[in-house]
Design a protein around this ligand. Structure first.
Ligand code: ASP
Length: 344
């Protein structure tokens, strides 16, 4: 008989593990072991579950690259002992966190599923139970004794997405995430249906490599009509700046005024990597499609194609560490490394 999958829950913080302080009405983190007590249904799953928690669980707004490293290391040291991982974080920055973790793990062969909730686990109408139970089911799901998912996913409100394709789109509704440029990997209804065609194939038998060195001298520069040269200049002149996610309009369009293009040119000449990402929820940057983006390509702006901003900043943090030449950097950035970008 096949052995029951062994799942590790990694609790980092967020609403899912919070409880209301009825005196102050504020939400505060509680001892994670209580989550299992709160969901006795977990006992019914055909797997064994263990959990581990950050010593000081945090709101996901407080996440930084040291926490990313802590999550990655927790999975790394337990990688051989468990068949799948469910990482609980707050939903606010979950797309950033999970996108970065997807780059940090090379040759992943096991599921790493991020989830959280909009309402605390103890709340009567909570979404936490469904999100947690189904995430564990997904992490356990196997075919021919191999995990069905062997990539970093994000499960929320009946859908499993590729994590590095998601964005948080709603602060109120249970359906809090979208992935407009890539279909869900699985949908949960009466049955849990996997969309096999869209799921990444497991890395061959290569060893897991965990890339923990991230560069955080990066910035997101969102354009808006009326942005001044003073603003752009001061951002591009930040000390030690290495990379910029330039959030442009539509299919990657930006002002073609001289002051703007000259500032970008100077930054790129200094070695700063500038990536063009659209402000739109869905669709792709196509540099050269409109006159307003032809020059961007010419001066060395990298096309983020249909990558999300969350994934774009994560990919910069990951790739900048490698000290690639400008040509190689553009090559690897515009290529899909973890399924985060669609290649034509
Ligand atoms: N503020 C919370 C967090 O991101 C919200 C949530 O858990 O969904 O940590």
């Amino acid at each position: 008989m096949a052995k029951k999958p062994n799942i590790l829950i990694v609790y980092t913080g967020g609403t899912i593990g919070m409880i209301k302080d009825y005196k102050t009405n504020a939400l505060k983190a509680f001892d994670f072991s209580q989550i299992i007590n709160k969901i006795p249904e977990l006992e019914q799953l055909n797997c064994t579950i263990q959990s581990i928690s950050f010593d000081n669980p945090i709101d996901s707004s407080n996440m930084n690259t040291l926490h990313y490293k802590q999550i990655a290391e927790t999975i790394e040291v337990n990688y051989k002992l468990f068949d799948g991982f469910v990482v609980l974080t707050g939903s606010d920055t979950m797309s950033y966190i999970s996108s970065t973790i997807s780059f940090m793990f090379e040759n992943l062969q096991k599921p790493v599923i991020f989830t959280g909730s909009q309402l605390p686990i103890g709340d009567l109408r909570t979404d936490a139970k469904e999100n947690l139970i189904t995430s564990i089911e997904i992490a356990c799901a196997q075919e021919n004794q191999k995990p069905i998912i062997s990539e970093v996913g994000l499960y929320f409100e009946y859908k499993l997405y590729r994590a590095n394709r998601t964005s948080k789109i709603n602060a109120e509704q249970f359906e809090a995430f979208s992935s407009l440029n890539y279909p869900p990997l699985a949908e949960s209804g009466v049955h849990l249906n996997f969309n096999h065609y869209y799921i990444s194939k497991a890395a061959t038998s290569k060893e897991l490599v965990v890339r923990k060195d991230l560069v955080n001298d990066v910035v997101i520069l969102k354009l808006f009509p009326g942005i001044t040269s003073k603003t752009v200049q001061s951002i591009l002149n930040i000390e030690n700046l290495r990379g910029v996610v330039l959030e442009t309009y539509g299919a990657g369009n930006a002002p073609n005024e001289d002051w703007f293009l000259n500032l970008l040119k100077i930054a790129i000449k200094k070695g700063i990597k500038v990536v063009n990402v659209t402000q739109c929820e869905g669709g792709s940057v196509v540099q050269g499609h409109y006159e307003t983006s032809v020059v961007l390509k010419k001066i060395g702006v990298i096309s983020g194609k249909d990558i999300t901003t969350e994934s774009a900043i994560a990919k910069l943090m990951y790739l900048l560490h490698k000290n690639l030449s400008q040509k190689d950097f553009i090559f690897y950035y515009e290529k899909s490394l973890r399924g985060e970008i669609s290649e034509a």
